[in-house]
Design a protein around this ligand. Sequence first.
Ligand code: SF4
Length: 219
Amino acid sequence: MMAYNEEQFLMLSGLQHFVFCRRQWALIHIEQVWEDNVLTVEGNTLHEKADDPFVREKRGDTIYVRALPIHSYTLGINGICDMVEFTKTTKGITLANEDGQFAVKPIEYKRGAPKKHDADIAQLVAQVLCLEEMLQTTIDEAALYYHETRRREIVEITEEWRDKVTAMIKEMHQYYERKYTPRVKTGKHCKSCSLQHICLPELLNKESVLAYIDRMTRE
Ligand code: SF4
């Protein structure tokens, strides 16, 4: 099986951009343009709290580790897990300085409410694939915690999701190697895109981007 080296690693968090819009991902990760909007600023503030490094807490049968660096040589990605829960079980992994065996469950914290698109799930599944490779274990479920609803949504890690995310990451590597930025394909998602002023500049002279998108999505 092909393995990537560390210089070839792509950011795992880019997967959410890639699912949202492949062009947005390429603008950020290949062309390195970035413009904060309200949504990304809120997201960063929330992550600053979750990314308090080296925090390890033990409550009952569970150990909580925050801001855990993760990677996969098979997929060629790396990133950080907001939180990973290690819960005592009869069949799982062993941990240094701890008795017994533990099941592994990543939890990703998200601003806002559950979304209509699958970006958050794809990112979580990629985290699972990294942890499985690093810890040599199998993870059946993970969770997304939404700030707005204050609810934890359990995500079942199906074969279908594993294949889908693996294929997407492969596609990301192909784009990256070719330095390929897909052309503009506007849709409703452009309304909440942080890069619309960079992506759609030629339209700004004629009408506002939002008016343009409204018109396009009505047609
Ligand atoms: S404005 Fe639309 S097409 Fe352009 S990067 Fe954003 S979501 Fe993609």
